[in-house]
Design a protein around this ligand. Structure first.
Ligand SMILES: [Fe+2]
Length: 133
């Protein structure tokens, strides 16, 4: 399974949309590495990149919201924090117990499905409010 960015997920803020495309790419890279049973080194490499990229992306989004006094900031921040927490748990489990089907399904849910839902609901709401303001 892979996750694709599509117009339905467009916020209309180019920088954010480009970063979302990249996050999908990295999630797919991770799922692919897991799927193909690649070694710990390869998996770790994707995890490190994804963690760094997503953390930077969330910080940028949050700074943008603060700059514009966005009222939905706390909801956004709570969701971002939850993602990071789930990501760490997944990373820990993955590095500890190695690959298994249960972890692939979990990764699809906590990373891919989470991202789609978050963009569709919260990021689009934010973009709409900030464009108006
Ligand atoms: Fe967000």
């Amino acid at each position: 399974m892979s996750f694709e960015w599509n117009e339905d997920l467009a916020t209309g803020i180019e920088k954010i949309d480009n970063e979302h495309r990249e996050v999908f790419k990295q999630i797919n890279k991770l799922l692919d590495a897991m799927d193909k049973g690649k070694g710990e080194y390869a998996i770790r490499e994707v995890l490190v990149f994804l963690e760094h990229y997503v953390t930077t992306h969330f910080t940028e989004e949050e700074n943008y919201m603060v700059e514009h006094s966005y009222e939905g900031f706390h909801t956004q921040r709570t969701e971002h924090t939850r993602f990071i927490k789930d990501f760490y748990l997944l990373k820990k489990e993955l590095l500890q117990s190695g690959m298994n089907l249960h972890l692939i399904v979990k990764a699809e849910q906590v990373l891919g499905n989470w991202l789609i839902n978050h963009i569709k609901v919260e990021d689009k709401k934010m973009a709409l409010a900030l464009k108006k303001g």
